[in-house]
Design a protein around this ligand. Structure first.
Ligand code: PLP
Length: 374
């Protein structure tokens, strides 16, 4: 069995989610009025109420989706549709599900302003000023999926609210790790993905206030306030609610363990000549993002894999061409400085044994990757 350090990509399913899924798997159509429909509806209502309680919102604000990508699309496109300014404010470090949605709006005539980040992956003081003019929607992630940087979204939400700008928060990397209260946060909408906290892949939710509500951009029947039409996955919703409850219940313990493991991994990385840490505080303690100039990311991933360590890199393969991550680019990092950038992310499958193994193997692996590159 390999040691898994890619929890930010997806996390192992929790047994409690499997059990909840199995228990609800025979649920039929939650929209039907006959007995089996009412039974399915009751399971779905329970799941919705649990999510609402855990996320500090009203049940009606919970829209079950099939993942975080769908939630981001529905919110950003839907809020843009109801606006009148044709302006969008976002950041250059968003996940592709936000970035490409915004690019789509730009291709239809939206003017987009990007709040810049500095070399440390955090926003500079003046970035917030872009919110001082109204926009149809402002969208900002709560924590970056690559660096783990945690962003003070509350301040940005408040600033946007002063202009009446609806604010969408991509909280995919945070939900289940840090307790959140949607009502207190003041955002217009918030997205989450179940498989990041141990629910089945193919589950997620959007929290959306009733006003201003996003317009419908996906057309069909009346389910999920018409925002996400289609027969609802009752078993998935039930599994998601169970996983979220357990994940939040364990969050404090995980955070403590991860703080210790994270320091050990960083120490091991910084002991390697030329290494540059790319995840600076305030940061999710699950993340270590680090560049090894002179090494190639693919070689590093392959050598780690051969050693039984699964991690991801700071580059994405687009049409067979390896491109440096847009997040590193936004931080002003050159391709040469980025070198082989690795992301280690921790979660339920992380153990002392795995961390010991990683810190022991990593220096030799970087050395071999650099030698292969020279
Ligand atoms: N937003 C962020 C910050 C993410 O990290 C991800 C997935 O990695 C997503 C959105 C998309 O989530 P999903 O894979 O569930 O569509």
């Amino acid at each position: 069995m390999a040691f898994y350090f890619d929890h930010a990509a997806t996390s192992p399913i929790r047994q409690i989610a499997v059990d909840a899924w199995v228990a609800a798997s025979s649920a039929l159509n939650a929209s039907a009025q006959y007995a089996s429909g009412r039974q399915a509806r009751s399971v779905l209502d329970d799941a919705r109420e649990k999510v609402a309680e855990l996320m500090g919102c009203e049940p009606i604000e919970v829209i079950f989706t099939s993942n975080g990508t769908e939630a981001n699309n529905l919110a950003i496109r839907g809020l843009y549709e109801v606006g009148t300014t044709n302006r969008v404010v976002t950041t250059p470090v968003e996940h592709p599900s936000v970035r490409e949605t915004v690019n789509h709006l730009a291709s239809r005539g939206a003017s987009v302003d990007y709040m810049p980040v500095g070399g440390n992956g955090h926003f500079e003081g003046s970035a917030i000023e872009l919110l001082d003019a109204p926009a149809d929607v402002a969208t900002m992630m709560m924590a970056n999926n690559e660096t783990g940087a945690l962003f003070p979204v509350e301040r940005y939400i408040e600033r946007a609210a002063a202009q009446g700008t609806p604010f969408h928060v991509d909280a995919v990397q945070v939900v289940g790790k840090i307790p959140l209260n949607f009502t207190a946060l003041g955002a217009t909408s918030l997205s989450s993905s179940g498989h990041k906290f141990g629910a089945p892949r193919g589950t997620g939710f959007l929290l959306a206030k009733r006003a201003p509500a996003p317009a419908t951009v996906m057309f069909g029947a009346n389910q999920e306030r018409k925002l996400r039409p289609g027969t609802v996955d009752v078993a998935g919703a039930s599994a998601l609610a169970a996983a979220l409850e357990e994940s939040l219940g364990e969050a404090a313990t995980h955070a403590r363990n991860q703080e210790v493991w994270r320091s050990r991994i960083i120490e091991a990385c910084m002991g390697i000549d030329g290494a540059v840490l790319r995840s600076e505080e305030p940061c999710l303690h699950s993340h270590v993002y680090v560049s090894f100039p002179g090494a190639d990311a693919d070689s590093l991933i392959m050598l780690l894999d051969m050693a039984g360590i699964e991690a991801s890199s700071g580059s994405a393969c687009h049409a067979g061409v390896n491109q440096m991550s847009h997040v590193l680019e936004a931080m002003g990092v050159t391709a040469e400085e980025a070198g082989g950038t690795l992301r280690f992310t921790m979660g339920t499958a992380t153990t002392d044994e795995g961390v010991n193994y990683l810190v022991e193997k990593l220096p030799g692996i970087v050395e071999r990757a650099r030698a292969a590159n020279s």
